[in-house]
Structures are given as structure tokens and as C-alpha cells.
Design a protein around this ligand. Sequence first.
Ligand SMILES: [Zn+2]
Length: 131
Amino acid sequence: MDNSILHKFQNSVSEVLIRHKSILDIISKYQESCARVNRSIIKAATSCGCIHINAKAQEIPKDISYDELKDFLENHISGDLCDICKDKINEEMGNHLFYLVAICNSLDLDIHEILTKQCKNINTLGKYSLY
Ligand SMILES: [Zn+2]
């Protein structure tokens, strides 16, 4: 991945984040932005209706391998996001990323380094990399 956009974004966040400089403000804004991402997805189903969420217990046949599991699990979403909902979710995710990077800046962490390490973990450990 080209890291120039990540570094540019991290520098931009650093330059514009003045009002919420305290780590406590940033963490609370980060948590709020996560809730806004979730709400925008929920509103796509409950207000707009462009997607439907039909959650139910996953039915997993016995005697299948871990590799076959993905063929039997559902995401419980049907339909497609309309352009308005897609724009709103994109906006909220962008805002969420802003505060994630703001936390990185406060703690002197490099978002590119974090993503690179996580990418290596996924590629090395595959399905065993997540918990
Ligand atoms: Zn929609």
C-alpha cells in the first residue's frame, strides 16, 4: 500500500485537531464516532430500507472443516446500500478514522506502521490472526 496518503492524513489530523487536544476528549470523540458509524448502518435498514438485516442463529452443519465454515455463515444483510446511505456511512467511517489517527498522534504512533504490522499478521496467520 502506498503510505503517502496515510502519512498525509496523519499530518492533516495533527494540524486540524485543536479543539479536542486532550487524549480524554479524543477517546470520547472516537467512541462517539464509532457509535455514529453503527447508527448510520442501522438507519440504512430502519429509515431508508435500502438494506435489510435478518439476523438469526447461524446454522452450521456438523463435521465440516474450519475452512468450509465460511461457506455456511451469513452476514444477515440483504439488499444494497443506496448512494445516500453509502455516502453517510463513508462520512461516518472517515470521521471515525480521523479520531483513530488522532489517538495515534497523541501517543506518537504511526498509523502506517500499525497497518503494515496488522497486514503482515493477517497474511502470516490467516484465519488464526483474529480473536
Ligand atoms: Zn439507503
